[in-house]
Ligand binder design. Structure first.
Ligand code: FES
Ligand SMILES: [Fe+2]
Length: 445
């Protein structure tokens, strides 16, 4: 990743860029369904460096379009969300959710040309509480929605959280596939002797430099990190990168760990993390240790700023560079919290934002622990360039491939090869009901 062009092609997402064009081949999760109410206020929405508006019409349909009115570019954010369409407040032209101009009251009836005018609207879908947008050129015939299992969980089976981060999408995503930071940034202050048996951190605390395998997968890349935890038994943690901006991390037992994260670029230097996690009731890292206290730095929620109507005004946290991410130096010095930052997600947020809006890849020195990151960058870049050169975007039209991706941890005899171990666990994995039905439909074809 030393070449400047590689860095540019990987990180830039605006219209006409290599990665931006590639990402536009896939559906993009953009907002919670609950953010838009019928006939309610239009919402500013930034996606892939484009300024859009989103609104819900009288019938409940969602419209997502370029914020500029196609007449003379006044922002439709100011528009009146009236009876099945949004009306520009400048000259009163009105557009339905598909972008059709349905009224042109400022033009004499005889000269009306509304059939010739269209707002630049995108295909929209809603599934299980999330609004998805397809921004590619196939607006009349878009690909199917992705079959990422966590996004197929019914609303009452899943927790979905949004959190905005001020840095490049890939830089943020890399934290999810960087297993070696966990033992430092998040649990560097954990005393292995204080961890009870069966605690979620039992094995990650004792060995802070795990070995791991990395390989390309049909959906992107995958790694399996392993530690010898008992005689002849490996403790495995598997994680995935999935095209174009998805990850699955090993935060639960493999058979039941249905989760995924989208790192949706708002522009080149801002990203929305959307995290789907099946509700399992399985306790997380905040479970008390032997001394009866939870691990420091694991408070359940960060503090969010109020939602604003700014382009980047949704799901921002209070901890930002300007207040040093609320770092507590005393907690850091006393080792109550290794990082001094209280919340696991904020710890990730602080380190990746601290690299700058787009990290200078030429300044880095990647080590053996960064193998998954190096491979993922290369895989994403190659897939995006292959698309530019006329190849299909992998998985966009056959999303069933994503059903074979799962993350999580398990123990397995040391003699079992890592790929067999993965497949064995996968064949015994629990499935979301909608995912199971989709798999059966695909198998019947
Ligand atoms: S700019 Fe929107 S109607 Fe004129
Ligand atoms: Fe992390």
């Amino acid at each position: 990743m030393k070449a400047r062009q590689d860095s540019e092609d990987l990180t830039r997402v605006g219209p006409g860029t290599v990665m931006g064009n590639f990402m536009r081949q896939y559906w993009i999760p953009a907002a919670k369904s609950s953010e838009l109410v019928a006939d309610g206020d239009p919402m500013r929405l930034m996606l892939l460096g484009e300024k859009l508006i989103a609104f819900r019409d009288t019938k409940g349909r969602v419209g997502v379009m370029d914020h500029r009115c196609p007449h003379r570019c006044a922002s439709l954010f100011l528009g009146r969300n009236e009876q099945d369409g949004i009306r520009c407040i400048y000259h009163g032209w009105k557009f339905d959710v598909e972008g059709n101009c349905v009224d042109m009251p400022s033009v004499p009836a005889a000269q009306d040309f509304k059939e010739d005018v269209k707002a630049r609207a995108f295909k929209v879908a809603e599934r299980n509480g999330v609004i998805w947008v397809y921004m590619g050129e196939r607006q009349a015939n878009p690909p199917p929605l992705p079959m990422i299992e966590a996004t197929l969980l019914e609303e009452d089976e899943v927790d979905i959280s949004f959190m905005q981060r001020s840095c490049n999408w890939m830089q943020a995503l890399e934290g999810d596939i960087d297993t070696s930071h966990f033992g430092f940034l998040h649990v560097g202050h954990l005393d292995p002797d204080n961890v009870p048996e069966g605690h979620p951190l039992e094995h990650t605390a004792s060995e802070r430099a795990p070995e791991y395998h990395v390989q390309d997968a049909p959906w992107g890349t995958t790694y399996g990190a392993f530690r010898l935890v008992k005689p002849e038994t490996y403790y495995w943690r598997f994680a995935n990168y999935m095209f174009p901006f998805w990850t699955q991390t090993p935060q639960g037992p493999f058979p039941s760990n249905i989760q995924a994260r989208a790192w949706v670029p708002l522009d080149d230097q801002n990203v929305m993390m959307i995290f789907w996690r099946r509700r399992t009731g399985i306790p997380g890292t905040g479970v008390p240790l032997k001394d009866g206290k939870p691990l420091g730095g694991t408070r359940p929620q960060p503090e969010f700023l109020p939602i604003s109507t700014d382009w980047l005004g949704r799901y921002r946290v209070k901890a930002v560079e300007g207040n040093d991410w609320l770092i507590d130096r005393e907690a850091q010095r006393s080792n109550a919290i290794y990082s001094g930052i209280d919340h696991i997600g904020l710890q990730d947020q602080a380190v990746t934002e601290s690299m700058g809006g787009i990290t200078d890849h030429a300044f880095e020195h990647l080590g053996p622990g960064d193998l998954m990151i190096a491979r993922t960058r290369r895989r994403a870049l190659q897939a995006a360039r292959a698309f530019r050169d006329g190849k299909p975007a992998p998985g966009a039209d056959a999303p069933v491939v994503l059903m074979a991706a799962r993350s999580g941890f398990f123990e397995m005899p040391q003699t079992i090869d890592w790929q067999h171990a993965y497949h064995e666990q996968m064949s015994a994995a629990e499935r979301a009901a909608l995912a199971q039905a989709a798999l059966e439909t695909a198998a019947a074809k």
